[in-house]
Design a protein around this ligand. Structure first.
Ligand code: BES
Ligand code: MN
Ligand code: ZN
Length: 495
């Protein structure tokens, strides 16, 4: 898909399809008004008949063979006074879906010209691009009959009645890079667990390094992890026939500055291990590597943008399987940090692979560490599917991440990480247990991780509720690639 920015009067555009917003009830937006007046009240006449109220998500396609444009698409935007970030993204998504159903290969959209409170033209272009590319995403790689459209939409111009300036052009570049990262994260998440194995993730990371000069990838295998004393990560890998991998991607665009480390949970399938999960919906545990996928996607986005930063992406990758050699409830292992862990529940495996990856991240002397993990079912209960759970040991960092989420609509919500919660993980036999009781499961999981990030500025994103959708729309969301990329853009002074 090609995206561009265009400016000029809405009645002068030659296009296969021109798109206008309509507010509730039946109120033409300014560019639509301009077009309407130049064309003898064509639109006002049509919406007068009640076919387009302007409700959010509503669309109406009008063939206009006698005009310079072949069609007009009207998109309902809801009440004008409630046209906020979310309504804007919804309108863009509704437009994309409607355009995909037409024969138009190209379109000019004036939705980007609509005012969104507190957001400039560059934001509208970038977020419009992301909403469109999200709405048009399909995962059909493994279908033998592709759902090919005859003349799928190939290019879209974000149109403005007045010149939006150079920042809008730059927004295309940034939006495209983030969209590519999101799409990569979705693909990795959606791939089945027999294809997307730890080795596959490692290959993808190596392919990224081939594509981008400033990116290098190193993959540590089991013997190297043994050498490093990663007893927690290896305890999770014991039950699997697939080789575990510790993937280390280094993006170097920031000279001698200290890096930011991103650590992503890469469980390519979580059966629960000996503490096995129920059968119902277990297929969705192929998405348990979405933290890892978001790290790869973000590395792609920042490499594409050539941000002036150093970023290390670390992905501990393994399956969590039962088996004759698998770790048993009650086993005690020694983590790379030296702390001993009593594994009371083999299904609390994410924290076990992350703790060793977090310890490993210290060798890069990171300025900041952010880990991303589909860590707890409790997070889905607490926050649902809208926001990521966010905890950390540094308020400044937490606020940066919260703010990055607001800009991109990829929002997080902070939960309290008080010391007292950590008492739940006391063990009679080891330094720490890997689970507490059911209470505050998201926080006690983060509390476990915090024992491995002492003295490091650190935050943790629990994406268990946000990384994928279930039901009819089952599929990875690509989140939190937008949040992470925005955070890094801000760090690079390009926010
Ligand atoms: N990958 C799961 C968490 C999860 C569950 C994410 C459901 C999304 C939906 C994680 O490894 C896990 O199994 N966590 C356990 C922890 C418990 C044993 C303390 C959980 O949440 O049940
Ligand atoms: Mn688990
Ligand atoms: Zn898991």
């Amino acid at each position: 898909m090609e995206f561009s920015v265009k400016s000029g009067n809405s009645d002068k555009q030659r296009s296969a399809c021109i798109v206008f917003g309509v507010f509730e009830s039946r109120r033409l937006s300014a560019p639509a008004e301009q077009f309407d007046q130049a064309n003898g009240g064509l639109l006002s006449g049509l919406i007068g008949n009640g076919d387009m109220e302007g409700r959010a998500g509503q669309t109406l396609l009008l063939p206009t063979p006698e005009l310079p444009c072949e069609r007009v698409l009207l998109v309902g935007c809801g009440p004008a006074d409630k046209f906020n970030d979310n309504a804007y993204r919804r309108a863009m998504a509704a437009m994309a879906k409607a355009l995909a159903d037409t024969g138009a290969a190209e379109a000019v959209s004036y939705l980007s010209d609509l005012e969104v409170k507190g957001r400039d033209a560059a934001w509208r272009v970038r977020e419009g691009l992301l909403a469109v590319s999200d709405a048009l995403y399909r995962f059909e790689r493994l279908k033998s009959k592709k759902n090919a459209r005859p003349r799928a939409l190939q290019s879209l111009a974000f149109a403005f009645t007045a010149d939006p300036g150079a920042a809008a052009e730059e927004a295309i570049r940034i939006g495209r890079a983030i969209a590519a990262g999101v799409s990569m994260a979705k693909d990795l998440g959606n791939l089945p667990p027999n294809i997307c194995t730890p080795s596959y993730l490692a290959e993808q990371a190596e392919a990224l390094a081939k594509e981008y000069g400033k990116l290098t990838t190193e993959v540590l295998s089991r013997p190297q992890m043994e050498e490093l004393g990663m007893g927690a990560l290896l305890a999770v890998a014991r039950g699997s026939r697939e080789e575990p991998k510790l993937i280390v991607m280094r993006y170097q665009g920031g000279g001698n500055t200290k890096p930011i480390a991103l650590v992503g949970k890469g469980i390519t399938f979580d059966t629960g291990g000996i503490s096995i999960k129920p059968a119902q919906g277990m297929d969705e545990m192929k998405f348990d590597m979405c933290g890892a996928a978001s790290v790869l996607g973000t590395m792609r986005a920042i490499a594409e943008l050539e941000l002036p930063l150093n970023v290390v992406g670390i992905v501990p990758a393994t399956e969590n399987m039962p088996g004759g050699a698998a770790t048993k409830p009650g086993d005690i292992v020694t983590s790379m940090s030296g702390q001993t862990i009593e594994i009371l529940n083999t299904d609390a495996e994410g924290r076990l692979i992350l703790c060793d990856a977090l310890t490993y991240s210290r060798r890069f002397e990171p300025e900041t560490v952010v880990d991303i993990a589909t860590l707890t079912g409790a997070c889905v209960i607490a926050l649902g599917h809208l926001v990521h759970g966010l905890m950390g040991n540094d308020d400044g960092l937490v606020h940066e991440l919260l703010a990055a989420g607001e800009v991109t609509g990829d929002r997080a919500w902070q939960l309290p990480l008080y010391e007292e919660y950590k008492e739940a993980l006391e063990s009679n036999f080891a330094d720490v247990a890997n689970v507490g009781d059911r209470a505050a499961g998201t926080i006690t999981a983060a509390g476990f991780l915090s024992r491995f990030t002492e003295g490091v500025r650190w935050a943790h994103l629990d994406i268990a509720g946000t990384a994928w959708k279930s039901g009819k729309e089952k599929g990875a969301t690509g989140r939190p690639v937008p949040l992470l990329t925005q955070f890094l853009l801000e760090r690079a002074g390009r926010g």
